[in-house]
Design a protein around this ligand. Structure first.
Ligand SMILES: Nc1ncnc2c1ncn2[C@@H]1O[C@H](COP(=O)(O)OP(=O)(O)O)[C@@H](O)[C@H]1O
Ligand SMILES: O=c1ccn([C@@H]2O[C@H](COP(=O)(O)OP(=O)(O)O)[C@@H](O)[C@H]2O)c(=O)[nH]1
Ligand SMILES: [Mg+2]
Length: 209
């Protein structure tokens, strides 16, 4: 008997959702320093390759904006360039994946440290297909962030050095971890948006088709 005939039809979507296994889901992590172009390139990947974009920073910002009980705490972490406790970010990512009908996700700006990585693998139970890594010189990152002009609380001279320090000390080890497993696809991000996307495109054509 199929699952859909086991339950009254109005219950089926909820039951299916709660038990949803992501065994079939494809996850690509997108990493790189703040300002390296992760969000910009993810938009283009969505248009060309049909992935759903989950920006970890965007999901956290939505929590702040919704006035949730954790909102003020998350905003303080963001202002200081610190990494929000994994259980919060992983829960938001897992919810977003469960609510999506798509099975192909690009997760942008996560995992930012080893704790994030272990929590995602333990709780969600998925390893990424590969990790797209945007490499960009530090001074270019700083310039791009200062020009971003989106009114972010963390795009300022107080927070930028803290974010860069966290990136070098905590996020690069995650990239090293995946590198040792042969999963890192590196792209030179210090080029025009279109040139970077040419590099991205060839990786996605090779690894996701
Ligand atoms: N290849 C690029 N060359 C120049 N500017 C870029 C490039 N990619 C992105 N930008 C700009 O740099 C800023 C940061 O890009 P964004 O995609 O938000 O990076 P991230 O998500 O990695 O922080 C934005 O203002 C964006 O328009
Ligand atoms: O998995 C994540 C993603 C983001 N952040 C927080 O959100 C901020 C902004 O992240 P975002 O990815 O939006 O920044 P970007 O790298 O795109 O500039 C980070 O500095 C952290 O404080 C976090 O704690 N965990
Ligand atoms: Mg971003």
């Amino acid at each position: 008997m199929s699952a859909s005939t086991d339950y009254p039809s109005f219950l089926t979507p909820k039951v299916a959702n709660e038990n949803q296994s992501h065994d079939a889901a494809i996850v690509v992590f997108v990493l790189g320093g703040p300002g390296s172009g992760k969000g910009t390139q993810c938009q283009k990947i969505v248009e060309h390759f049909g992935f759903t974009h989950l920006g970890a920073g965007d999901l956290l910002q939505a929590e702040i904006d919704s006035g949730s009980e954790n909102g003020a705490m998350i905003e303080n972490f963001k202002k200081e360039g610190k990494i929000v406790p994994s259980e919060i970010t992983v829960r938001l990512l897992q919810q977003a994946m469960q609510q999506s009908e798509n099975k192909k996700f690009i997760i942008d700006g996560f995992p930012r440290n080893e704790e994030n990585r272990a929590a995602f693998e333990n709780i969600v139970g998925i390893e990424p297909e590969f990790v797209l890594f945007f490499e960009c010189p530090e001074e270019v990152l700083t310039k791009r962030i200062l020009n971003r002009n989106q009114g972010r609380v963390d795009d300022n001279v107080h927070t930028i050095p803290k974010r860069l320090k966290v990136y070098f000390e905590q996020t690069l080890p995650v990239i090293d971890h995946y590198s040792s497993k042969g999963k890192v696809q590196k792209v030179d991000a210090h080029r025009s948006v279109d040139e970077v996307f040419e590099g991205v495109k060839s990786i996605f054509c090779r690894l996701t088709k």
